[in-house]
Design a protein around this ligand. Structure first.
Ligand SMILES: C[S@@+](CC[C@H](N)C(=O)[O-])C[C@H]1O[C@@H](n2cnc3c(N)ncnc32)[C@H](O)[C@@H]1O
Length: 231
């Protein structure tokens, strides 16, 4: 289940959850539309509170480091934000401003967030995404064993030319090569599973697998068990 909240516009957003609490914010992503919270109808489902953190410089893109940041698409100062206007729209999401190199360094220890269950990566640059992916090296108590991820800058037209040798896809490829026990992988067959119309986001969902997390092997449901014994 993806959890997110409509009032977030950071470049990197975490959703963390506390089970058995009173609020539930489930989220739906719609193609090209702002993310919207679902109506709170499923009262029989466990109550989960979702906490959202958004990270951004607050003043637009930093300087690109080299060709891997795809400077033919993005330059310093792009996407500068109106901080007061954005803050006025936030209901509960927390905005953490500054370069992620600084703001992510002590994020978990300082904020003591509930386990991170979803991350949207939209930092555009390879170099910024490399830094952001270090969040998966955080102590396991701050992470679910599998963290759903949305990767924004990997689907586009021929002139954008997203590829595995630059940008966010290169950052993921290198992260996987450098981490034996953590792998960030697309969800095989996601586009076919209960979905009739192919959407770009089906390609953009990954899951970070933390193989040594103490809960990695914990069954997620009894539903996948099918009794086969003959009567
Ligand atoms: C395409 S914009 C994000 C747009 C946002 N997700 C939205 O939908 O409104 C990319 C953002 O990444 C941020 N960014 C890039 N590198 C960063 C870094 N090293 N630290 C913090 N923010 C960074 C930029 O400030 C910019 O606002």
């Amino acid at each position: 289940m993806l959890a997110f909240q409509a009032d977030m516009a950071g470049a990197l957003s975490f959703s963390t959850s506390k089970e058995s609490l009173t609020r539930r914010r489930v989220v739906v992503e719609t193609d090209g539309c702002p993310l919207r919270p679902e109506p709170d109808t499923a009262s029989e489902e466990p109550q989960v509170e979702v906490v959202v953190f958004g990270f951004d410089t607050g003043k637009g893109m930093p300087e690109p480091q080299d060709y891997r940041d795809m400077p033919y698409l993005w330059q310093s100062g792009y996407f500068a934000m109106d901080v007061p206007k954005l803050r006025a729209r936030l209901k509960s999401a927390r905005l953490i401003l500054g370069d992620v190199t600084e703001t992510l360094r002590n994020f978990a220890a300082q904020e003591n967030p509930p386990p991170i269950g979803f991350i949207a990566f939209d930092l555009d640059y390879y170099s910024s995404t490399v830094t952001a992916l270090k969040i998966f090296e955080t102590d396991h108590r701050y992470l679910l064993p599998r963290v759903a991820c949305y990767v924004d800058d990997m689907v586009g037209d021929i002139d954008w030319a997203y590829n595995e040798f630059t940008g966010e896809l290169l950052a993921i490829k290198e992260f996987n090569a450098g981490h034996e026990n953590i792998k960030i992988a697309p969800v095989s067959g996601l586009r076919f599973w209960g979905r009739r119309i192919p959407q770009t986001w089906h390609e953009q969902i990954f899951v970070a697998h933390l193989f040594t997390h103490p809960d990695y092997g914990k069954p997620i449901s009894e539903l996948t068990q099918i009794p086969l014994a003959a009567e």
